[in-house]
Design a protein around this ligand. Structure first.
Ligand SMILES: [Zn+2]
Length: 130
């Protein structure tokens, strides 16, 4: 299993393509912001984090820890979750609204699309999808 810390991971690309087709324009991986959010909408002061369920400890099936080497995995995943939480609070304290997209949610793209549309508001460019 590959760490989800690298740029341009599969799930993030899926979300980026979808947002682009919806007519949104955005910046990527703003290093000057807490946690270097994946997708940033500076003028809306909104950001989207795309989280892999395993590495970020989602409560879904894909987020379950393996039964073997639990003592190895648990501290890692716990540390990731704590860091995510710290970054989220820091962003919010700085006036940013943040939406988290879990990779398991991408099985239903229409639902994610609807949620992000509600989160972001009207796109800047004409949408190809809606
Ligand atoms: Zn999940």
């Amino acid at each position: 299993m590959r760490a989800n810390k690298g740029k341009d991971t599969g799930p993030e690309l899926v979300v980026r393509r979808m947002l682009h087709a919806m007519g949104y324009r955005f910046r990527l991986h703003r290093r000057d912001l807490p946690g270097t959010p994946d997708i940033v909408f500076p003028s809306r002061r909104k950001a989207i984090q795309v989280h892999g369920c395993f590495w970020h400890g989602h409560g879904c099936k894909a987020g379950q820890l393996p039964k073997s080497r639990l003592e190895f995995w648990r501290p890692k995943i716990d540390a990731n979750r704590e860091r995510d939480e710290r970054n989220l609070l820091a962003l919010q304290a700085d006036g940013w609204a943040v939406a988290i997209v879990w990779s398991c949610e991408l099985r239903d793209l229409n639902k994610v699309q609807e949620r992000l549309f509600l989160f972001l508001g009207k796109p800047t460019s004409p949408s190809l999808l809606l």
